[in-house]
Design a protein around this ligand. Sequence first.
Ligand code: NAP
Length: 382
Amino acid sequence: MPQPYVLLSAAVSLDGYLDDTGPERLLLSGPADFDRVDEVRAASDAILIGAGTLRTDNPRLLVNSPERRAARVAAGLPEYPLKVTVTASGDLDATARFWHTGGEKVAYTTDKGAERLRALGLPADVDVVSVGPDLRWRAVLDHLGTVRGVRRLMVEGGGQVHTQLLRQGLADELQLAVAPLFVGQSDAPRMFGTGAYPGGPTSRLRLLETRPVGDIVLVRYAPTVPGTGGQPSAADRHWLDLACDLAAQCPPSRTAFSVGAVIVAADGTELARAHSREGDDPAAHAEEAALAKLDPADPRLANATVYSSLEPCARRSSRPSPCARLILDAGVRRVVTAWREPDTFVVGADGSALLAAEGADVVVLPEYEPRATAPNSHLLTP
Ligand SMILES: NC(=O)c1ccc[n+]([C@@H]2O[C@H](COP(=O)([O-])OP(=O)(O)OC[C@H]3O[C@@H](n4cnc5c(N)ncnc54)[C@H](OP(=O)(O)O)[C@@H]3O)[C@@H](O)[C@H]2O)c1
C-alpha cells in the first residue's frame, strides 16, 4: 500500500496567520467555507492534527453533515474518517473532545510519549502507536497507508505540522482558505514557519484551483520539487503520473513499448517532456527525445530528475546509445520510474543497474506500474 495522498488544509489571514494570540480560537472561515471543509473531510480516509491544535482548539474533527455521513456509510466506509494526532510529549488531556467523538482514533508518538499516553486513561478504542525514539513523518505515513489503509489524508494543522510535512516533501496538495482580515500579531501562529523550503525561494508551486467561497478565496497548490537521492517526494508522484499520461499518447506499436518521460530541475521547473515515437520517428525513445530538447550544457541537468514510465533501456539495436547511457552522459543522477523492463524485447535488460553502477539514484514507485503498463498491455499478454 503506498503512502497516502497528503492534503494540507487551513484557513489563513491575509497576513499569513492561522490564529491570533487570544484565548479563543479565531474564526477565519465563514459558514460557506466551513461547509466546504466538511465536504473535504467527508472525502478523506483520515484527518490529522498536531497536539498543539488539539490542546489549543479542542476540536471534534467530525463530518457534520448527516447526508455526507450517510453517503460514506452507503459507500462502505466508516461513518467518520479516522482521527489522527501526533505528539512527542504525550502531554494531552484525556477529556479532550477529540478522543470522545466520532469514529476510530490513533495517536502517533515516541516511545516516551507512548508511556505517558497509555497512563492517561484514554478511551479503549484509541490506538497509541510509537514510531520509535523520535517521531518520523515517513514512518507515520507508512503506517497510515499500510496498516490503516488510508489513501487520502487531510491535515488540518497546525503550523508546526504543516511546515514539517511541506519541508520534508511529503505534502501532495495545499488548500488555503484566504480570509479577508489581518491578524497583525508577530507572535501569533503562522501557517508556515521560517527556514528553508524544498527548492528554495525561486521554486514555484503548481496552481490547481482558485475559487471564491463566500468572502474567502480558496487557493489550491501542489508542490513541484523532486525528492533527493532515493527518497521520493510527493511531487515525484505527480511527475511520474504525468510520464504515465504521456505514455498513453504514444502512437501504437507492436514492436516497441509506449513510454513517457519528463525531465524536472531541482527547483521543480519542468525542463522537457516527450513520449516514444515522437515526431514521426518510429525508433525514438521517450527519455532520448526529452533529452534532445535540452542544451547538453544546461547546468540544471546535473541536479535534475528524469521521470520515465518504464525504466530507461540498457541495450537497444535501433541507436548506438541506450537511454540509461544518454541520461548518465547528460549528467543526470536521479531517475524515478514505475516499471522495470520485462523480457519482451530484450532479455535481462537492467537499465536501473547500469544507472546505479555509475552513481545514479533510481527510485521505483510500483504503485504506478498499472498506469505504465496500460498502453502496453497488447505486448504483455503471453
Ligand atoms: N486556521 C486554521 O485553519 C488552523 C488549523 C489548525 C490549527 N490552527 C491554529 O494553529 C495553532 C496550533 O499550531 P501549532 O503549530 O502550535 O501546533 P501543531 O502543529 O498543531 O502541533 C504541534 C505539536 O505537534 C507535535 N508534533 C509536531 N511535529 C512533531 C514531530 N515531528 N515529532 C513529534 N511531535 C510532533 C508536538 O506535540 P507535543 O508538544 O505534544 O510533543 C508539537 O508540539 C493554534 O493556534 C490553532 O488555533 C489554525
